[in-house]
Write a protein that binds this ligand. Sequence first.
Ligand code: RAM
Length: 550
Amino acid sequence: MKTISLTVGLLLLACGLPVVAQSAYYPQSAEWMRKAEEATPRLITQTARPVRLVRPVKDGAAFQEWRMEDAGTAGPLFQESFKSHPTVTLDFGDHYTGYLTFGVESLRERMAADAPVRLRFTLAEVPAELNTPLEPYKGSLARSWIQDEVVTLTSVPAEVTIPRRLSGRYLKIELLGVSGSFDFKFSKLELRAQTSAAGEVPELSQTTDSLLREIYRVGVKTLRECMQTVYEDGPKRDRRLWIGDLYLEALANACTFKNHGLTKRCLYLLAACAADDGFLHATVLEEPRPHPQYGTHTLDYALIYNVALLDYLKATGDRATAEDLWPVVGRQIEIALKKLTPQWIYDIDHEPHYWLVFDWKPDFDRQASMQGLMIWALRRSYELAEALGKTGEPGVSEWPRVADKMRRAARERLWDRERQVVLSGRGGQVSYLSQVWMILSGTLSQKEGRAAMRRVMSMPQACYPGCPYAYHYVIEALLRCGMEREARRLLTDYWGGMVRCGADTFWEVYDPNDDTFSPYGFHPINSYCHAWSCTPVYFIARYPEVFQAE
Ligand code: RAM
């Protein structure tokens, strides 16, 4: 049998990239890159095969109006003429990330392909992704993220591995061209799935409610799929390391798989890829060799890096790594401090304008949230300084004082004492996240935090979160101010909402009021296995008294 390798020579597309992406700011960065590479985890593989044939059904009650209906075993694909049903959809039974291999052979002996066979393979994470017309393409991100691959075979039998790593559950195969006198069937179809998440995760207590159990299972699956040679944001789209995603994945990993080596690798990679002024890039790609997405900085993520390093130290006791990376921590704070007004308020208009992530939600005002996040990061960075004995370093001793000034300023200017709610920006916007960050930063007392959360959650016009990343911090804030019942209810409603919609893995964005919401203008390009949505795993494992009790 002839094996056709479609491996396109990825001839070092490195032109334009420096030989090794390193920050001129940190003399240690070459060493950091070496340590990052040394910590690259081994991938564990598993072979997945289609379990059923399915048929897409348009259904107004289904998530994004599409669901899959069982259409029998996958057997006919391997026994019958493919020409007789030239479009099929297969179900792998679960979400997988890896490489697809297929084989075809002629249907009968003494039958030869006298023209090329042309096939299209499309892998999807959710049903609507396969059934929404893609053209004219409306997304703001590259069309090439859609996982459709056309393969032309000039001779049969053939076995082909599609070179691009794919991610999803449903596979559509379409016959685009074949000679009239030739027919064929499939001889092989399998996905070599991969992850670096090794080992088992802790069992939940017997008393855990069945929906919470299911949320835990789907969260673990999401985390497992995103744990590759870095913590990826989504294995289908972006497929790279972002600081915000890393922070939440590391939290979930620390109470499940405990693959701390992966966290260490990511922390080193980000540090080594910092810009020449020491500012962290928000995101790093691994191929063809590790490099940042040049020029992409998000100040909230840069500060979150400091907290991720502190958490890593607490989880592992690996002081050598924390000391090694300590210079990065101080530099992120220095950069952030330049943004303060003389009144100790984060100045959102100060140039250069940095991207602040926080949420995917149009019209959300980030000012109060950033004030809170900065106080929180200052305090946690100081905690790291204490753990490492660095509080005497120039500037560091000032951090608690700056945090206090910022806290006082926030209480004076952003906290509406009468209405018991935090306001953000010129228009005085009331949002969930403004309350949340003022709680997490300790700006509001527990009692005030409870009042603010109750108030915002009862205001229909309040700006509510748009994605699981933001909901993570809402749950954290509810727990922080002693609202365990509300935290459990929200987690169950929000992530349980995705489970009820049939999620195999949790999504990048989910708005229960709008199934097709997309930050990119086109929902098929959303990621439906997204790292930052795996954190129920962390909450359920870390707070058993709240989430595992009856
Ligand atoms: C997107 C991804 C990623 C997130 C960034 C800010 O590209 O969804 O998860 O961290 O945006």
